[in-house]
Design a protein around this ligand. Structure first.
Ligand SMILES: Cc1ncc(COP(=O)(O)O)c(C=O)c1O
Length: 383
C-alpha cells in the first residue's frame, strides 16, 4: 500500500506550479534586491510583484506587508514589535489564549519575563474562547491582543472579529495568527479589526522558511531584527527571492481555489469519519474541537484506550503520517497544551491523534486509513 500523508497542518508539499515558480526564480541568477544594478532591480521587481499579489487578496496596501522567514518570525515580530512600542505609551498588558501556537505563547511568556502583564484566556471544551472573557480582560492598559484565526491542532475557529472590535474600542492592537486558516478563510483587512496578521508559506503548498506579516498603516512597530534597510527598515536581512515568489504563487492559487480547496479537504475529512465509524464503531473515537466553527482540513480524534504514541507509531509502520499535536511537539511525550486547555479528560488528551488533509489526498486514502486504523485498534486492544 502506498504511504498516506495526513499531516498537512505540519507542512505541505510545494504544488507543481509553485515549485516551477520557485525554480524559475532561483535559477534567474544572482540578484540582491538592495543592489542598484539591473540584476538587483530585477530581484526587487519580483518582490514588488509578490507583495502586490498579497495586497490585492488581503485588501491592504503593499507597504503594510513585510516578508519574514517564517510564521514564527511573523508572530514574534508582531508581539515584540507592538508590545515594545506600546510600552512607550504606558501600556503593558498582553492578552492571548491558552490554545495559541507556541510561536505566540512562548513569545508572550518572554514578554511577561520582561515586565509585561500577561493574561491567558481559557477556552471551552471545544477549544473556543468566550468573547465575554476577552472583553473582561482587555482594557485601556492593554498593549496587544493575540488570538489565532484557526487552531493548528483542532481546527477550531476563534471569534476574532468580535474580539478585535473590543480591542479597537480600547485602543489596543489586535494580532491574528492566520497561519492555519489562510488558504481556507479569506481576510479583508480593510474591513476586519486586525492590526497584525501572520502567514506562513509552507502551510499552503508554498516553500518552508518564508512568512508574511501585515502591519496596519500607522501602527507603532519596533523591528525584531536590525541591520540593513530591507522591508522599509522593518525586517533586516537579504530577501529570499525564490521563496517569496513561490509564496505569492501559492497564495494566488489558494485564493483562486478557496472554495474548491475547502470542499476537497472537507470531503476527505467526512470520508475518514464515515469509514472510521463503519470500520471501528462510533463509540471507539471522540472528535476533539468545535463541531461547526472549524477549519475543514483538521480532524483531531481520541482513540480512547490507545495512547497517541502507540497509535502514531503503528500508523507510521503502516505508512500513514499523522501527528499527536503541533508539529513542534511531535516526538515529545508532552500532552498537548491545546487539548489540556480544553479541560477534557486526561485519557482523551493522551489518546489524541491529529489527521490533517491537503490537496493531494484521495477518498481511497480515507478508506485505507480506516482499514489500517481498525486493524491497529483491534491489535492494541486485544493485547
Ligand atoms: C497556528 C500556527 N502558527 C504559527 C506556526 C509557525 O509557523 P512556521 O512553521 O512557519 O514557523 C504554525 C506552524 O505549525 C502554526 O500552525
Amino acid at each position: 500500500m502506498d504511504s498516506i500523508y495526513f499531516d498537512h497542518a505540519a507542512t505541505t508539499a510545494m504544488s507543481p506550479e509553485v515549485l516551477q515558480a520557485y525554480i524559475e526564480a532561483a535559477s534567474f541568477g544572482p540578484g540582491n534586491a538592495s543592489s542598484l544594478h539591473s540584476s538587483g532591480r530585477a530581484a526587487r521587481e519580483r518582490i514588488t510583484s509578490a507583495r502586490d499579489v498579497f495586497a490585492t487578496h488581503l485588501h491592504c496596501e503593499p507597504s503594510e506587508l513585510i516578508f519574514t522567514g517564517s510564521g514564527t518570525e511573523s508572530d514574534n515580530s508582531a508581539l515584540f514589535g507592538a508590545a515594545l512600542a506600546q510600552r512607550k505609551r504606558g501600556r503593558n498588558g498582553i492578552v492571548t489564549t491558552a490554545v495559541e501556537h507556541h510561536a505566540v505563547l512562548n513569545a508572550c511568556r518572554q514578554l511577561e519575563a520582561q515586565g509585561f502583564s500577561l493574561t491567558v484566556l481559557p477556552v471551552d471544551e471545544f477549544g473556543r474562547v468566550a468573547v465575554a472573557d476577552a472583553q473582561a480582560a482587555i482594557n485601556d492598559t492593554t498593549a496587544i491582543v493575540s488570538v489565532m484565526a484557526g487552531n493548528n491542532e483542532t481546527g477550531t475557529i476563534q471569534p476574532i472579529a468580535e474580539i478585535g472590535e473590543w480591542a479597537r474600542k480600547h485602543k489596543a492592537y489586535m494580532h491574528v495568527d492566520a497561519v492555519q486558516a489562510f488558504g481556507y478563510l479569506s481576510f479583508d483587512l480593510k474591513e476586519m479589526p486586525i492590526d497584525f496578521l501572520s502567514l506562513s508559506a509552507h502551510k499552503i503548498n508554498g516553500p518552508q522558511g518564508v512568512g508574511l506579516l501585515y502591519v496596519r498603516k500607522g501602527t507603532p512597530f519596533q523591528p525584531l531584527l536590525f541591520g540593513g534597510s530591507q522591508e522599509r527598515n522593518r525586517r533586516a536581512g537579504t530577501e529570499n527571492i525564490a521563496g517569496i515568489v513561490a509564496f505569492a504563487k501559492a497564495a494566488e492559487l489558494a485564493y483562486d481555489q478557496l472554495q474548491t480547496r475547502w470542499n476537497h479537504v472537507e470531503s476527505i475529512r467526512e470520508a475518514v469519519l464515515q469509514r472510521l465509524t463503519e470500520q471501528l464503531g462510533e463509540d471507539r473515537f471522540i472528535i476533539n474541537g468545535h463541531p461547526t466553527e472549524r477549519l475543514p482540513h483538521i480532524l483531531n480524534l481520541s482513540f480512547t484506550g490507545i495512547s497517541s504514541e502507540s497509535m502514531l507509531m503503528n500508523l507510521d509502520l503502516a505508512g500513514v503520517s499523522a501527528s499527536g499535536g503541533s508539529a513542534c511537539n511531535s516526538g515529545s511525550l508532552k500532552p498537548s497544551h491545546v487539548l489540556t486547555a480544553m479541560n477534557i479528560s486526561s485519557e482523551r488528551v493522551s489518546s489524541a491523534v491529529r489527521f490533517s488533509f491537503g490537496l493531494g489526498n484521495t477518498r481511497e486514502e480515507a478508506d485505507n486509513l480506516a482499514k489500517i486504523t481498525a486493524t491497529i485498534s483491534a491489535r492494541l486492544r486485544n493485547r
